[in-house]
Design a binder for this molecule. Structure first.
Ligand code: ASP
Ligand code: MG
Length: 403
């Protein structure tokens, strides 16, 4: 098999850890596999470099930031290659440029445009372990670019896609994705297999483990993604195509998003185009609207509610106020003490009653549901924030995720 193994900052956090990463790679090679390792900078390194730049400027030249930040990954890539060579293995390290990773010119947040895998393929074919510096590429005009913070996951997935690798393993300090946050529910279980779409819906559970962008890319490129710990041999969580998961769970996990705030508008002029006006105004200000509900209008007026990230609440408030000032909305109420609890599972597509069960669970706990939204594989409820943990634990139990 051809396996891409990506090691994050903590996994290459010091020289001893780089040594154990080298040992892990050598074990994989000993099993007859070919390995491309993708590495992050040693933990704390990128922040340190950002700090250096900030010593000189509040707004450092972006092209130079990319020159600077990309160096952290070069350090860990070359050190890992040196360690592998010392163990008698053939290894060669590559910058983004040598690995053929071409991006756009959006410095410090570049997007990968294409990968020319020739150099990587040639090196593999001549028996090398290839060690790629993650998080970086090169623009059409030959300048170094970086992919945005946390971007080495993306490098790994894109490389796995370009080389049609059998597996892309993301090594971090946690051993996989759990059915819910184990700090809230100690009985949360590690998930063995989950589909791309479920993983995207459970983003809050994977937030510390995997970038959403890299799950999206894995889905697009059909990359089998595994998240696992570099500190143990425990098997991680496989994120893959829905069709490839034999035993589909009815519900795979319970996600919690505390970064939610609610706007409820009353006496909204019930005329064609009002929703378009309000939500376009919000979109223009880059406000991320999540849930929306509109009630049945009467007497030419209706009620309209929506949620936004807590951090964008005051911006949203300013915009809603302009509609109040124009007499298009009578009044609005703002509530930041809310959260979103979501039940996620592909099994919902073929089973009825999953949503009803979620609602009765809230009823049994005497928790009021303020808003509901559903998709094929998700039921989300907005509730008061003080009930967040209780709701998560109850739902986790009701769907027997602890079994
Ligand atoms: N070193 C970069 C960062 O800290 C990229 C990464 O670790 O994925 O954001
Ligand atoms: Mg990372």
């Amino acid at each position: 098999m051809l396996i891409v193994q990506k090691f994050g900052g903590t996994s290459v956090g010091d020289l001893e850890r780089i040594e154990s990463v080298a040992k892990r790679i050598s074990k994989t090679v000993a099993k007859g596999h070919k390995v491309i390792a993708v590495v992050s900078a040693m933990s704390g390194e990128t922040n340190k470099l950002v700090g250096y730049a900030e010593h000189f400027s509040d707004n450092p030249v972006r092209e130079e930031m990319d020159m600077l930040l990309s160096s952290g990954e070069r350090v860990s890539a070359s050190l890992l290659s040196i360690a592998l060579n010392e163990m008698g293995l053939k290894a060669t390290s590559m910058t983004g440029r040598r690995a053929g990773i071409v991006t756009d010119s959006f410095h410090t947040k570049a997007r990968i445009e294409n990968i020319d895998p020739t150099s990587m393929q040639n090196a593999i074919d001549s028996g090398n372990i290839v060690v790629v510096a993650g998080f970086q590429g090169v623009s059409e005009d030959g300048l170094v670019t970086t992919l945005g913070r946390g971007g080495s996951d993306l490098s790994a997935v894109a490389i796995a896609g370009a080389l049609k690798a059998d597996l892309c393993e993301i090594y971090t300090d946690v051993d996989g994705i759990y059915t819910t946050d184990p700090r809230i529910e100690p009985d949360a279980k590690k998930i063995d297999k989950i589909s791309y779409d479920e993983m995207l819906e459970l983003a809050s559970l994977g937030a510390k483990v995997l970038q959403t962008r890299s799950v999206e890319m894995a889905k697009k490129l059909n990359v089998n993604l595994v998240t696992r710990s570099s500190f143990s041999d425990a098997e991680g969580t496989l994120i893959t195509k829905e069709e490839d998961i034999m035993e589909q769970a009815l519900v795979s996990g319970i996600a919690l998003d505390k970064n939610q705030a609610r706007v409820s508008m009353r006496g909204v002029k019930d005329r064609p185009g009002i929703a378009s006006d309000i939500f376009n105004a919000l979109a223009k200000s880059n406000i991320n609207v999540d849930m929306i509900i509109q009630t049945v209008g009467h007497d030419g007026e209706t009620n309209l509610g929506f949620t936004v990230p807590k951090t964008e609440m005051s911006d949203a408030q300013a915009i809603v106020q302009t509609f109040i000032d124009n007499n298009e909305v009578q009044e609005a109420e703002y509530d930041s003490d809310i959260c979103k609890v979501s039940v996620v599972g592909v099994g919902m597509k073929s089973h009825t009653g999953v949503a009803a069960k979620a609602f009765s669970t809230m009823a049994d706990e005497n928790i009021n549901i303020m808003m509901i939204s559903t998709s094929e594989i998700k039921v989300s409820m907005i509730i008061q924030e003080k009930y967040a943990e209780l709701a998560v634990r109850s739902l986790h139990g009701v769907y027997e995720l602890d079994k």
